[in-house]
Design a protein around this ligand. Structure first.
Ligand code: ADP
Ligand code: ZN
Length: 214
């Protein structure tokens, strides 16, 4: 399947994307993960993205489209993909439309996780990430089995992301409302929108599969 995951930071896009990759072998493409990996590796791309990301602002559309043009041409995308964190602006959505028509591909659906703001803020302020493998924990809802040690990789640095301070979170939500929320109408007009008020796996999967006929 070729699906865009839309929703504010902390809505659970990554978790749902992972569940969907298990369903049919589509790949998850997270622009946030690609950018964080570039920063960790100290590449030119990482250097260009770092300041904006740290403040919770978007990186430029040009930079993102460069990444995605390259990524969507890779072989593993044949089976389908779940776009997690992209597109994030109307210009990105328009550029994606052009790119897909050039590749002769089309989207199956745009899945919006429509989660209330208070739930989002609670989730984001309690979220912690393993600096080594990226696994996500939550100090209230999902602690590692052994305190301070990553279940997946054994890493011992489980920390709050730079953009998950209260100030950066407020900013990211504002950026979402201003720049990304307009995509809901954009994709509703294209007839692709499937909106769900939850990020619980079962109802979300059902709503999506009902639409795309899985
Ligand atoms: P979340 O969905 O939790 O906000 P992401 O990991 O998707 O986090 O993104 C983290 C940061 O990476 C964003 O705040 C932004 O700076 C940058 N970023 C990711 N995807 C995009 C994009 N499509 N366009 C612009 N900036 C992006
Ligand atoms: Zn880890």
């Amino acid at each position: 399947m070729k699906v865009i995951l839309l929703g504010p930071p902390g809505a659970g896009k990554g978790t749902i994307a992972k569940a969907l990759t298990e369903y049919d072998g589509s790949v998850q493409i997270s622009t946030g993960d690609i950018l964080r990996a570039a920063i960790a590796a100290g590449t030119e791309l990482g250097k260009q993205a770092e300041a904006a990301m740290k403040a919770g602002n978007l990186v430029t559309d040009d930079l993102i489209m460069g990444i995605m043009e390259e990524r969507l041409r890779e072989d593993d995308c044949q089976q389908g993909y779940l776009l997690d964190g992209f597109p994030r602006t109307i210009p990105q959505a328009e550029a994606l439309r052009t790119l897909l028509s050039r590749l002769g591909e089309s989207l199956d659906a745009v899945l919006e996780l429509d989660i209330p703001r208070d739930v989002i803020i609670d989730r984001l302020t309690t979220r912690r990430t393993c600096t080594n493998c990226g696994e996500i924990y939550n100090i209230k809802y999902k602690r590692p089995k052994v305190d301070g040690i990553c279940d997946v990789c054994g890493g011992t640095e489980i920390v709050q992301r730079d953009d998950e301070t209260e100030e950066a979170i407020e900013n990211r939500l504002e950026v979402y409302n201003e720049q990304t929320a307009p995509l809901v109408d954009f994709y509703r007009d294209e007839g692709l929108l499937v909106s769900v008020p939850t990020s619980e796996r079962e109802p979300v999967m059902q709503a999506l599969l009902a639409r795309i006929g899985g």
